[in-house]
Structures are given as structure tokens and as C-alpha cells.
Design a protein around this ligand. Structure first.
Ligand code: COA
Length: 348
């Protein structure tokens, strides 16, 4: 069985920078509140009409493929993680395949929100291990700005999220104790509605306690009345404190699981790249695990929470900044909507 390694990594963030102060033009919030609670100073928002989740992914993928020395023709499988696809269906995987002029390879879409990239990486890792594929493009990309509400009623959500994309090319490696050592995936759906966007969805009326718009109609239901739209029924919902409480338990748990599986301790970690959910969450996890500042990479200050894109963007920036050397032990860890959580331990 082959181990898989990250042969190339790339990222893309849109040009438009929105500082916390910029957001005060749209809603009642303040730079101080956002910094204190989340650590975020600014985020990028995609061009409203010119950029999509797929176009950003294309840019990140080009950089990853160039660094891996591969061309679109070499890619034999795509795994695309996003919660903000260009279309409700089909998923972004096929759009990426089309935009990049790839062969008629398989394209899998992963919907695990903030854990999406680690889930996607784990899926790709299994395909490499079995020898089925040799060049897998794994992408996390999000255009949150299109579905966010910039009014005060949604400020707890909309100050947190940003747009961007990250990608890696995964290849087999012959080296022992190298590449992805293990991945660990978990879920607990009992609190699925605490961080969710209910529409469009088959159960939306049930969860939202909103009467069906046309109660006499036996079929259909993907309709919102003007009143429901106005009331924010189609907007993302987040119980921030509940998410926070669960995250600070599951992040350390899944990191420890990865270390224990490989017979390693926290000291062995050269760099922890956590999903950039909230700087306070990362700092809490760092303290709990007894990690030094040098052992943890955060860039949420610049980009906010980019969900499935946050880990590959952070990993790419850390690598570009020379914080990851060959042989380093890198731990990826994520937690998010579902709830789902996951980790990956990589010998770089
Ligand atoms: N600006 C100013 N005030 C805000 C605000 C904003 N952007 N968002 C919320 N508030 C207000 C609330 O209305 C509330 O006011 P009230 O006390 O008068 O009712 C007050 O701040 C506290 O709200 P609360 O939601 O309890 O704040 P919090 O301290 O829990 O911080 C989060 C909110 C969202 C920053 C925090 O809960 C969090 O980060 N949770 C995790 C979220 C996360 O990681 N999500 C991604 C999952 S991967």
C-alpha cells in the first residue's frame, strides 16, 4: 500500500479587503467587538459577479498543480469541498473539471462544511493508498459573501466569514513514515440545526417551524413566500456559544486521537494548522495541549473563517512563509457544522 503526500499546494483569495470598520457601514458592530471575540481584523469578499466558488478554486488549483509539476491532464480524480457551491446542483467538482479542461475524470463533492477539507483529504488519501489514482486534486473553496446578510440581525454570522480557496495535489510516495500518516473523521448529528442553512432543503419547513407556503399542496415545497424571505428564513443560522463550547472539546480530542494512533505526543508536533474558526478557539486549544506559539499557525486575522478553504489557505501560507520543512510533523484539525470534526497527521 502506498502512503500519499502533498506534492503541491496553492491558494487564492479575492482582492477586495473588508476591514471590521468597513462592516460598520452595513450593520451595528465594531472593530473592538469583532477583534475581542474572534481575533478577525479583515476578510476578503469575492467580486460579486466576476468570481465564484469554482473560479477561485481554479486559481488555487493552478498554483497547486504548478508546484506539483502536474498539468490538468495529469489529474485523475477531483475532490471538491464547499458549502457554498455555484449551483444547488450539480456540484463544483464538475465545473472545475470543465474550467480546467481536464480529462473525463471522476469529480466528487464533499459537504462537510468546516471539516470539509480534512474529509476531502482523507477520501483522496484512501484512493491513493489503494493505488486507484496517482494525482488527485483536493480543493476547498467558499464564496460566503453571496449568501450572507449584512444587516444587524445577522451580525453574529456575517462578521466571521470570508471568501477564498485552497488546493493540494495528492500523489503516492515510496518513502516510509512520510506523507499522510493517518486521518480521523467524526460526526454527531444531534445538534445539526445549531449551525445550519435550512433552505433550500427538503426538511426546511419542519425545522423552521414555518408553515408550508401552500399547505394544500401535496407535492413540492422548495418555495419561500416573500414574508419568509423577508424574515431571514433562507439565511445561515448559528448558535455561536453552543458551537464554541463543542469546538473546544472536539478539537483537542481529535488532535490527541491522531497523535495516539501514531504513538506520538504533543511535543512532536512541528505545526498545528487548525481550521480558522475563531482565534479564541485556536488559542484555547493551544493552551490545553501545551503548545508554543511556534507550533500553531493562525491567519484568521486576515481572512476570517473561510470554512472548507481555511485549512488549505493556512497550510499554504505557512508553507510559503517557510514554517514547514521537509520531515516536519504537521497536524490539521477541523470542527464545524454537523457537527463534524476531523484531523490529519502529515510527515511533510
Ligand atoms: N457586533 C456586536 N455585537 C454583536 C455581534 C457583532 N458582530 N454579534 C453578536 N453581538 C451581540 C449579541 O447580539 C449579544 O448581545 P446581547 O447580549 O445584547 O443579546 C452579545 O453580542 C453576545 O452575543 P453572543 O452570541 O453570546 O456572543 P459570543 O460572546 O458567544 O460571541 C461568537 C459570538 C459568534 C463570536 C462566538 O460565539 C463564537 O465565535 N462561536 C463560535 C463560532 C464559530 O466558530 N463558528 C464557526 C464554526 S466552525
Amino acid at each position: 500500500m502506498h502512503q500519499s503526500k502533498i506534492a503541491g499546494i496553492g491558494m487564492y483569495v479575492p482582492n477586495h479587503v473588508y476591514t471590521n470598520s468597513d462592516l460598520t457601514r452595513f450593520m451595528e458592530t465594531s472593530d473592538e467587538w469583532i477583534r475581542e471575540r474572534t481575533g478577525i481584523q479583515e476578510r476578503r469578499f469575492a467580486d460579486r459577479y466576476g468570481e465564484t466558488t469554482t473560479t477561485m478554486a481554479v486559481e488555487a488549483a493552478k498554483a497547486a498543480m504548478e508546484r506539483a509539476g502536474t498539468t490538468p491532464q495529469d489529474i485523475d480524480f477531483i475532490v471538491f469541498a464547499t458549502l457554498s457551491p455555484d449551483y444547488y446542483f450539480p456540484g463544483c467538482g464538475v465545473l472545475l473539471q470543465r474550467e480546467m479542461g481536464m480529462r473525463e475524470v471522476g469529480a466528487l463533492d464533499v459537504r462537510n462544511q468546516c471539516s470539509g477539507f480534512v474529509y476531502a483529504l482523507s477520501v483522496a488519501d484512501q484512493f491513493i493508498k489503494t493505488g486507484m489514482y496517482k494525482n488527485i486534486l483536493v480543493v476547498g473553496s467558499e464564496k460566503h459573501s453571496f449568501a450572507m446578510d449584512f444587516e444587524t440581525r445577522s451580525r453574529n454570522v456575517s462578521v466571521i466569514f470570508g471568501d477564498g480557496a485552497g488546493a493540494v495535489v495528492l500523489q503516492p510516495t515510496e518513502e516510509r513514515d512520510s506523507g499522510i500518516l493517518s486521518t480521523h473523521l467524526h460526526s454527531d448529528g444531534s445538534d445539526a440545526e445549531l449551525l445550519a442553512m435550512y433552505y433550500p432543503g427538503a426538511h426546511a419547513n419542519k425545522w423552521l417551524d414555518h408553515p408550508a407556503p401552500f399547505p394544500d399542496q401535496e407535492l413540492g415545497g422548495l418555495f419561500l413566500t416573500a414574508e419568509q424571505l423577508e424574515s431571514g428564513a433562507a439565511l445561515p443560522y448559528m448558535d455561536g456559544p453552543a458551537v464554541f463550547k463543542k469546538a473546544i472539546v472536539k478539537f483537542p480530542e481529535v488532535i490527541k486521537e491522531a497523535l495516539a494512533t501514531n504513538g506520538l505526543s504533543e511535543k512532536a508536533i512541528d505545526l498545528l494548522v487548525p481550521h480558522q474558526a475563531n482565534l479564541r478557539i485556536s488559542q484555547y486549544v493551544q493552551k490545553l495541549l501545551g503548545l508554543s506559539d511556534d507550533q500553531v499557525f493562525n491567519n484568521i486575522q486576515k481572512y476570517g473563517n473561510t470554512t472548507a478553504a481555511s485549512i488549505p489557505i493556512a497550510l499554504c501560507e505557512a508553507w510559503e512563509a517557510g514554517k514547514i520543512e521537509p520531515g516536519d510533523l504537521v497536524c490539521l484539525a477541523a470542527f464545524g457544522s454537523g457537527f463534524t470534526w476531523a484531523s490529519a497527521l502529515i510527515r511533510w
